[in-house]
Write a protein that binds this ligand. Sequence first.
Ligand code: ADP
Length: 245
Amino acid sequence: MIEFQHVFKSYGQGRNILADISFRVTAGEFVYVAGPSGAGKSTLLKLIGGLETPSRGSIQVNGHRLEQLSARARPYLRRSVGVILQDTHLLYDRSAIENVLLPLTVTGLASDVARARARAALDKVGLSTKENTPPIELSGGEQQRLAIARAIVNRPAILIADEPTASLDRETARRIMSVFKDFNRVGVTTVIASHDDALMAEYATRAFKIEPGKFADSAARRSSTATTQTSGPGYQEPQIGGAAR
Ligand code: ADP
């Protein structure tokens, strides 16, 4: 589903942000990416979403080999990976449903079919009563749920999210995480970057930890399919409690 083989990433002539990272994530896993600010969590997610290209190495996502991806194939990758970045990029001058309709405009769906799909997406994240509300009038948690609705409206096989609970109180953060868990339960492979180890441990089944020059995979010791480099001296492996709800 997602496979990195000896991936390196630097920006311009800069240092390697990610160096020689290899892993394989299979369909339906729930992975969280931990690590301090600036470690490269967003970079890893952007590589999975095809928003950045690797400097070296090979990345395969849902059958697409990203370093060879043609311009024609790129929209198919975009549709198979739902992306929620730190800045949700919601359009504040449009209603909630218009935001969710946006990714469907390029699919050529008839407008009534697209609208029904957008409504279903809003319903899945608990926002069906807010379809005509502009994002500016939604709470932080509701805006995050709207960003999730927009990311899943194309029914992606993979969902990636960068710090989706960062500015939310505990209860709202849990509500957001249970929305992700609901999609994961029906088979959506989920990768979330977060600082909140305790919260993520309740939901994720696997953890990647990125620190400068280090990459650890909690599955590396459990599974022979993980080919990840791990653990320097004194390195604490991420603790994962497994799917909670
Ligand atoms: P994290 O998500 O863990 O905070 P990032 O992946 O955002 O880390 O950033 C990792 C490093 O890469 C940081 O030093 C950041 O400044 C740098 N970086 C991220 N994006 C770019 C970019 N587009 N151009 C140059 N440097 C970047």
